[in-house]
Design a protein around this ligand. Structure first.
Ligand code: SF4
Length: 382
């Protein structure tokens, strides 16, 4: 049975395409990705195209949003990307069509793809410090990153696409001037969307093995985050999710689908999707094994898990606790029959939603989540 049978084709649906190929592993990364070569890339895109044809015909209408993530989608050739895009757009273009691009891959050949298909470019800048880029083990040097930023701005000028830059903070080596790189970035390369992540330790990432890297203290990290968030607020960015900031309401529509618990297909090794069918919700996850994916039958290398209403409710709370629109208590009650009996510290109730109370809410979102899950109960007024 194909995983597509678990999807309601009549619902508004988004699509995430996972391309788990990279030039080499960055030091801090624990995403599933493998070293790319041209044979692997062509075998992978061939299989991905075959699956996409089925997915696109099943829904028989344009996707609401599409996101090419990874890995490094921009490692594929323009021809390979064009082929995938043309399959996806068979019934029309999505409202938002994003590709993640690594600085070392961006060149003017991409103008064609942004004129014809993608309308949003998300670039992993990560830092504008040569030292920090080295610590992170990025492929792009500072020079390459600056060149790519310039190209991204020119592509935006030519095609009218939206731009987003990813930036990593709380890295040792940047603590004396936590803001200077970010200030330089947004002043020299104007952008309406930023994702700013803290460097998060992961035991699988090379940087954190054998005590190679000593993390900043929690206090230093909290100070850096607060300074960064305040600076972005003063520059008219709305802090709409723990790590995401938008000007002029240019939020990531695709990510909003995740945070609002909408239906989306995740395709490719280790991609994950959420499907709704006959009052059931399923989590559909591609196995993290590119060879098995290439050699397996179409649409079979995926695990399917049916979520209980308690699990769904927990996910809704977890996702909502990270956004400035918060957790909608009416939805929690009407869709799942649950309520939250205690509002956590640094959160407040507005219009029957529990929302972070400013930056302190975002700073303590993990402990707030624990409090809410601990105080989640079957609605007494059912
Ligand atoms: S951070 Fe991105 S580019 Fe670097 S190894 Fe991980 S997936 Fe690849």
């Amino acid at each position: 049975m194909s995983f597509l049978d678990y999807y309601d084709p009549l619902r508004t649906t988004s699509l995430y395409v996972h391309i788990p190929l990279c030039l080499k592993k960055c030091a801090y990364c624990d995403f599933y990705s493998v070293k790319s070569d041209s044979d692997l890339a062509s075998a992978f895109t061939k299989k991905l195209s075959e699956e996409l044809i089925h997915v696109v015909d099943y829904f028989h209408k344009p996707f609401y949003t599409v996101y090419f993530g990874g890995g490094s989608p921009s490692i594929l050739s323009i021809k390979q990307l064009e082929n995938l895009c043309s399959i996806i757009c068979k019934y029309g273009k999505p409202e938002e069509f994003t590709i993640e691009v690594n600085p070392e891959h961006l060149n003017y050949d991409f103008v064609f793809l942004f004129s014809e298909y993608f309308n949003r470019l998300s670039m992993g800048v990560q830092s504008l410090s040569a030292e920090v880029l080295k610590t992170l083990g990025r492929n792009a040097t500072l020079e390459t990153t600056l060149k790519a930023l310039e190209i991204s701005q020119n592509i935006k000028e030519k095609t009218g696409i939206k731009l987003s830059y990813d930036f990593i903070t709380c890295v040792r080596g940047m603590n004396s001037h936590p803001l200077s790189d970010l200030e330089f970035l947004i002043n020299c390369f104007p952008v309406n969307h930023l994702s700013v992540y803290s460097l998060t330790p992961s035991e699988n990432a090379p940087l954190f093995k054998n005590g190679r890297y000593r993390e900043l203290t929690e206090k230093t990290q909290a100070e850096m985050l607060k300074k960064t968030w305040l600076y972005l607020k003063e520059n008219n960015f709305r802090h709409y999710e723990v790590s995401n900031f938008a000007k002029n309401n240019e939020v990531s529509k695709h990510n909003m689908v995740y945070w609002n618990y909408g239906q989306f297909v995740g395709i490719g090794p280790s991609a994950s999707g959420t499907s709704f069918r006959n009052n059931n919700v399923f989590r559909i996850t591609g196995r993290a094994d590119i060879k098995a994916y290439i050699n397996g039958n179409i649409l079979t290398e995926y695990d399917i898990e049916s979520l209980t209403s308690e699990q769904q409710c927990e996910e809704l709370i977890m996702l909502g606790s990270r956004t400035d629109s918060g957790i909608n208590l009416d939805r929690l009650h009407s869709d799942f029959g649950y309520e939250i009996t205690k509002i956590p510290d640094y959160y407040k109730k507005i219009n029957n939603c529990i929302v972070p109370d400013g930056d302190l809410g975002f700073l303590f979102s993990d402990s707030a989540l624990k409090t809410m899950l601990f105080n989640m109960a079957k609605s007494s007024y059912l």
